[in-house]
Design a protein. Structure first.
Length: 343
């Protein structure tokens, strides 16, 4: 502002010098382009720039508002989506908001169609489940600019992958307590004909709720699949029959083989892999590449987890984990409602 005042005083300085005879006389045609027009143009440009900056500030504020929620902190960003910590304007309850922005969708329309389908499906699936061990959904919608979002409970804690990497394997009794809760979530999903297909330590979150600790929540139903029965057309399946999805270290053999008749026992296999990871701090099959891991799940027999951990593992727990890791789904526990060993 001070430099602007200095530049704008130059015409006045010239007039003063001309008045005392210290500056030459200029015609109007010479005076205007030298002393008037540049400063007028500068003033107009400064005004336009101020309006643009103000408009951008308004847009930023709008971009951080979603209905009754305000986006506070970016927690994570995936290929097309973002997860924010958010606060409600009227209630003292924080939340997590997952969203796909309109500009992200515009970059790749073909990929966007799949992403939107999975995003909407995940919201619908979570909303249909009521287990206290499935992450809760509060709201779902589309913003004025076309961005998709849903609001879910904010979890304070750590996922099981991070927990083991940071603190090492867990004792058997704690694993039993945690996986009972995971089974509760999966049992409801399977009862409704839904297969998660991506059960892994990173998608199982350990948090506290009120005065309770070690409260487990199952997350990320983005690639959930609906079981197709004889009375239900294949077109109603939530994913195509040959769509291979999941994480190699925790992938059931039938998913790796592209089988069409996937059911809840694929999640039970993955949960067996999770139990092995929690006990030993390593995957069931330690392979150099993801493809090698997938082939191992199809061909190789797992070792008992008790042989790969320093903990004393009850024989019954050893056996039930191996039962979950059976290659043939028929040889696994038929339901997630299993009674964990306590020997």
């Amino acid at each position: 502002m001070r430099s602007c005042h200095g530049r704008c005083s130059l015409p006045l300085l010239y007039l003063q010098q001309f008045h005392i005879g210290a500056a030459p006389a200029l015609s109007v045609g010479q005076f205007l382009p030298i002393f008037v027009l540049p400063y007028a143009a500068n003033t107009v440009l400064a005004y336009v720039a101020a309006r643009v900056v103000h408009s951008l500030g308004v847009e930023v504020r709008r971009a951080h508002d979603l209905g009754s929620f305000r986006l506070d902190v970016l927690l994570g960003r995936g290929g097309m989506d973002e997860v924010w910590r958010a606060s409600h304007r009227m209630l003292a309850r924080p939340a997590a908001i997952k969203l796909i922005r309109r500009d992200t969708l515009a970059r790749d329309p073909a990929l966007a169609a799949t992403a939107v389908d999975r995003f909407e499906r995940e919201a619908q699936v979570i909303a249909s489940l009521q287990s206290p061990h499935t992450v809760a959904l509060y709201d779902f919608g589309v913003t004025d600019d076309g961005s998709l979002f849903y609001v879910m409970e904010l979890l304070e804690g750590v996922n099981l992958e991070t927990l083991v990497r940071k603190f090492g394997p867990l004792p058997p009794e704690r694993i039993v307590y945690l996986l009972h809760q995971a089974c509760s979530s999966l049992a409801e999903a399977h009862h409704r004909g839904l297969v998660h297909r991506d059960i892994k330590p990173a998608n199982i979150y350990l948090c506290h709720r009120g005065m309770e600790h070690d409260v487990l929540k199952v997350l990320d139903f983005g690639i959930v699949k609906k079981v197709v029965t004889d009375n239900e057309p294949a077109a109603r399946a939530l994913t195509t029959a040959n769509d291979i999805a999941g994480t190699p270290d925790f992938m059931a053999p039938e998913i790796a083989m592209g089988a069409s008749n996937i059911d809840g026992r694929a999640d039970i296999y993955a949960l067996g892999c999770v139990a092995f990871w929690l006990l030993t701090g390593r995957p069931v099959f330690e392979e150099a590449t993801p493809m090698a891991a997938i082939i191992a799940h199809v061909r190789n027999q797992p070792i008992p987890p008790s042989t790969a951990t320093e903990f004393e593992v009850p024989a019954a727990m050893d056996q039930i984990i191996l039962d979950c890791l059976a290659k043939d789904p028929e040889a696994r526990p038929a339901t997630a409602l299993i009674r964990a060993p306590v020997d």
